[in-house]
Design a protein around this ligand. Sequence first.
Ligand SMILES: [Zn+2]
Length: 251
Amino acid sequence: MVKDPAETAKIIELGEGFYVRQAVDNIAWIDLGEWVIVIDALEERSLEREVFQAIESTLPKRPIFYVLNTHTHYDHVALNEAFERRCGAKIVNLSNSQIEPEGRWFEGSHRRAQMLPLTGLHTNEDCVVWLPEDRVLFTGDLFGWGLIPTGRVTPDSAAQLEQTYQRMIEFDAATVVPGHGPICTTAELIRWVEYFRWLRDQVTARCQAGESDGQIRTALTPPADMADWWRFALWKHEDSVNKVLRSVRKG
Ligand SMILES: [Zn+2]
């Protein structure tokens, strides 16, 4: 069996002064010039020492001004308090700050970051973070390696999903950092929307043709080119089939 790429934390350098600690939960620290922003703050408080050591060894003695949370689910905010306590960092997310629809810019002498609200799909407070100089996009949980980011698939949420993905794809990011698991590119965002449409079309047609849930689950195997997506064949594809089935059966 192939080893899970997120099982062991890995520090990836995406540019000068730009680091992502990739694991099941991802965190990034980025030098904008004379100061640093952090993106997302993990699930486990017990990682405090390890994370601060990693930051200090890669960006020694740089002040951390801001922690940007893509949203405030528990698995993105655990170290917020540690960043406040240790560095006096300001925590910025849509539950504690007002951010205009066109986004908020953080500008240093090396690079800029734009925090842009794309709400209403995963939660009502999701933001993506875009670093134009590096062409890196942080999606939070809007992209989940095959996971449908909304609890229920309805015509409204499907339309919302199309719109949200269009916005994310338009950045034409060279590197996409999801909230969880391996980093990827815009190609995966595009592929996933295609998959979502295909799944809805297939399930709808098969329900209309009178197939049972069991027949549909058996017929719809994970697409071959997505078989190695992170934890996709393991359970996410099945979860997506079930979500779409539930929504189609309800009408
Ligand atoms: Zn979430």
